[in-house]
Design a protein around this ligand. Structure first.
Ligand SMILES: C[C@@]1(CC(=O)O)C2=NC(=C\c3[nH]c(c(CCC(=O)O)c3CC(=O)O)Cc3[nH]c(c(CC(=O)O)c3CCC(=O)O)/C=C3\N/C(=C\2)[C@@H](CCC(=O)O)[C@]3(C)CC(=O)O)/[C@H]1CCC(=O)O
Ligand SMILES: NC(=O)c1ccc[n+]([C@@H]2O[C@H](COP(=O)([O-])OP(=O)(O)OC[C@H]3O[C@@H](n4cnc5c(N)ncnc54)[C@H](O)[C@@H]3O)[C@@H](O)[C@H]2O)c1
Length: 222
């Protein structure tokens, strides 16, 4: 009940959403169980340097490592393991080990304690990805299960190939920006590209018709 009152008064700390480019950054996992696996999947295609420190890893992680680059060091946590890390996931089943990670991390390193959001520097939202579109859902830690449920709902709303539409918009935008100088005209075409017909034609695979329509619009409005 105390939390409900805090929320009403607006005194809880709000987390800040960001899209991080972590290519080449060192990400350390302490623990190689279910939670570590869930967070690892979220790092797919980020090109981060991932190291897992854990005496054992679950078979799912072993399988995952065949398709994605990550290094497993089979041992228990020691403070020297996180010296070079930019981001740390402490996901062991032992609260005291997680606490030790917190104790030894430096001020500038970002730590997630899987068993203690209040003591963490960040949390991980539920994410729906469709190509370059990312929809992140967070409850600020209030109800991870709700974040997951909303994710499932959104997965139904956004077709599997919705990323193709985002790709089309990116390419069309590049062309508009390269070929048109007038700011108002540019904006006009970019807004018209959001007409649902372009989305529908892309999702249904009518690419030729979509591109014809785009060229027609481009010729009319340029
Ligand atoms: C969304 C998602 C993303 C992801 O993991 O990638 C995510 N948790 C997911 C699922 C999930 N987690 C838990 C359940 C069981 C039901 C329940 O307990 O409610 C379920 C549901 C299930 O598994 O079905 C248990 C749980 N979670 C945390 C604690 C510790 C605590 O709160 O103290 C405990 C208790 C552990 C215990 O009892 O010991 C903490 C966190 N979990 C977060 C994220 C962060 C807040 C996100 C936000 O709300 O903004 C935060 C704060 C830190 C973090 O981990 O980042 C992912 C859905 C993934 C997907 O399917 O897409
Ligand atoms: N944040 C979340 O979304 C979430 C969800 C569920 C559970 N949890 C919490 O996360 C923690 C981990 O849960 P889990 O289901 O992944 O547990 P798990 O038992 O599947 O995995 C724990 C991992 O920690 C490793 N480990 C144990 N001691 C270690 C040490 N000294 N050094 C390095 N690694 C060590 C084990 O080898 C194992 O790989 C629990 O505290 C749980 O309460 C968090």
């Amino acid at each position: 009940m105390e939390n409900i009152q805090n929320t009403k008064k607006g005194v809880f700390s709000m987390y800040y959403p960001m899209m991080l480019n972590i290519e080449g950054k060192n990400v350390a996992f302490i623990g190689g169980g279910r939670v570590a696996y869930q967070k690892l999947k979220g790092l797919e295609n980020t090109k981060a340097n991932i190291t897992i420190i854990s005496p054992s890893i679950i078979p799912e992680i072993e399988e995952w490592m065949k398709r994605h680059r990550a290094k497993w060091i089979q041992k228990e946590f020691e403070p020297s393991d996180i010296e070079q890390a930019h981001i740390i996931f402490a996901a062991t089943s032992h609260a005291e080990v997680n606490r030790e990670v917190k104790l030894h991390k430096k001020e500038h390193q970002l730590l997630l304690l899987s068993d203690n959001p209040k003591e963490s520097d960040f949390l991980t939202p539920a994410v729906v990805r469709r190509g370059k579109l990312a929809l992140a859902i967070s409850t600020n830690g209030a109800s991870p299960a709700l974040a997951k449920k909303i994710k499932r709902d959104l997965e139904q709303q956004f077709a599997e190939n919705f990323g193709d539409y985002v790709q089309f918009l990116e390419e069309a935008r590049k062309m508009v920006i390269n070929k048109i100088d007038d700011a108002e005209k540019k904006k006009g075409i970019l807004v018209r590209l959001l007409d649902p017909i372009f989305c529908e034609l892309t999702i249904n695979g009518n690419i030729e018709k979509r591109d014809q329509l785009f060229m027609k619009l481009f010729a009319e409005l340029r």
